[in-house]
Design a protein around this ligand. Structure first.
Ligand code: HEC
Ligand code: HEC
Length: 415
């Protein structure tokens, strides 16, 4: 297995050793994941077999679907917590007006981000209303640690959202339903009423208790638990990319991908922040930086009226600085995972870059071209960031490597 060219400097040697040590470990971890997945599928098959309908076999079995005019329909199988979460995640009746679900902005085939890649940010349930930030992937979000101050130096790590303002998938899932720029329900009661009328309400009650819908707060919290459980399934963290196959020894990089990888950990200095010496490899150290991303004049949020965007076109996203009310953190955003990044265009918190080529070009030439940052405070100048001296071919090679991080995701979802 040839992961890294032999012409590497001493500093990279440490990384090489780490990679060699970690790759077999990963292979083992991966094996475990695959077993789990198999178990899950077996479980699904078993549920299908239990249903007294068409067995799918062409064995002349006369017991096939008779058109559904049975006097008594078979009782719906009770969903598991994760299956209930999936049903809620994909339920487009839970927005106001109906039509939008979590899945609308976090679709598997789009790397669990918004499939509408032409617009910088996502449209809410109300047509023409847009959020201020680009929808990040919901894949691998289960691995984001809670927000905390770093122990071995200044700054912060972890937390969900671009600015780390919540700590758990449960807290995160509580937000979109009530956000006027997203699913736009007036209050928790409105959401719970819809849950109580949904097809899966029986399962909801079976799992959380018969009276659960009478306690609005409990029902709402229970809903976030179910969604989070679904987001913790292997479906969201499949580790099924070409990169994973290469480290498991079952595939090899093309020469271009290999070169891109070498640059990613070498002259491109990407792995300083999009760390890969971790198990599992999530391509982020979860820290916060202002890397000097330019403002995006095409962000549709800038044109919203003053009730939704009081700052109008002058809006500047302070990121972590606004959460902590600390100027020293202004303009900083959490280093995102790069898994599935080939599927999640556009890029950066404000969706300013349409392609990965533009992203890598930005890192390569930010300072050469004097790119004006959205917020000119606390801009990171570590290493040669902004002036990497890469050739056009080398930029393309890094992009080719980034595409090896796309999982083998379903083209379309179940429902
Ligand atoms: C209208 C589009 C939209 C809808 C609907 C939506 N999201 Fe999001 N999601 C976003 C945006 C935009 C962000 C980033 C917001 C921010 O950083 O302030 C985000 C962030 C997230 C994150 C955090 C990812 C990270 O890297 O920190 C998760 C997880 C997530 N959403 C899951 C969900 C779930 C679950 C639902 C349904 C309850 C949902 N989203 C509904 C657009 C959407
Ligand atoms: C100093 C830390 C740092 C370094 C070094 C770094 N990045 Fe990033 N990267 C970030 C942060 C922080 C963001 C989010 C910035 C924002 O949205 O304002 C980001 C965002 C990205 C994105 C967009 C992801 C998305 O979902 O929108 C890509 C792609 C990316 N980086 C690739 C790279 C590559 C390739 C390199 C090396 C050439 C690199 N990064 C070097 C910190 C870093």
């Amino acid at each position: 297995m040839k992961i890294i060219n032999t012409d590497i400097n001493i500093c990279q040697m440490g990384l090489v050793v780490l990679l060699i040590v970690l790759f077999p470990l990963n292979a083992i971890a991966e094996g475990g994941d695959r077993d789990n997945k198999k178990k899950k599928h077996r479980h699904k098959n078993k549920m299908q077999v239990e249903q007294p309908v068409d067995d799918g076999g062409d064995d002349g079995d006369p017991v096939v679907d008779d058109g559904g005019d049975d006097p008594v329909d078979p009782v719906d199988p009770v969903l598991t917590l994760a299956e209930l979460g999936e049903a809620i995640y994909k339920d487009t009746n839970l927005s106001n007006p109906p039509g939008q679900s979590c899945e609308s902005c976090h679709t598997a085939s789009a790397g669990f981000a918004d499939p509408d890649s032409d617009i910088a940010t996502s449209e809410g349930a109300i047509a023409g209303v847009f959020g201020s930030r680009n929808s990040p992937t919901a894949s691998y979000a289960q691995h984001i640690p809670a927000f905390r101050a770093r122990v071995n130096g200044p700054g912060f790590v972890g937390g969900l959202f671009w600015d780390g303002r919540v700590n758990t998938l449960e807290e995160q899932a509580a937000g979109p339903f009530l956000n006027p720029l997203e699913m736009n329900n007036a209050d928790e009661q409105e959401v719970v009423l819809k849950l109580s009328q949904a097809e899966y309400a029986t399962s909801f009650e079976a799992i959380f208790g018969a009276g659960v819908f009478n306690d609005i707060e409990l029902a709402y919290l229970s809903m976030t638990e179910a969604i989070a459980e679904f987001e913790r399934t292997d479906e969201f963290s499949p580790f099924s990319s070409k990169f994973d196959a290469v480290i498991a020894g079952s595939d090899t990089f093309t020469e271009q991908e290999q070169n891109g990888f070498n640059l990613f950990v070498g002259d491109g200095q990407c792995s300083r922040c999009h760390a890969i010496n971790q198990n599992p490899n999530l391509f982020t150290n979860f820290r916060y930086f202002n890397i000097g991303v330019p403002a995006n004049p095409d962000n549709p949020f800038l044109t919203l009226d003053s009730t939704l965007n009081p700052d109008g076109a002058a809006f500047v996203d302070l990121g972590l600085g606004a959460v902590l009310n600390d100027d020293a953190e202004n303009g900083k955003f959490r280093v995102p995972t790069l898994r599935n990044v080939g599927l999640t265009a556009p890029y950066m918190h404000n969706g300013v870059f349409a392609t990965l080529n533009e992203v890598v070009d930005f890192y390569n030439t930010r300072d050469v071209n004097n790119v004006v940052p959205e917020l000119d405070e606390n801009v990171n100048n570590g290493g040669n960031i902004g002036n990497l001296g890469l050739s056009d071919d080398e930029v393309t090679d890094i992009v080719a490597f980034l595409h090896t991080l796309s999982d083998d995701l379903p083209a379309e979802t179940d429902q």
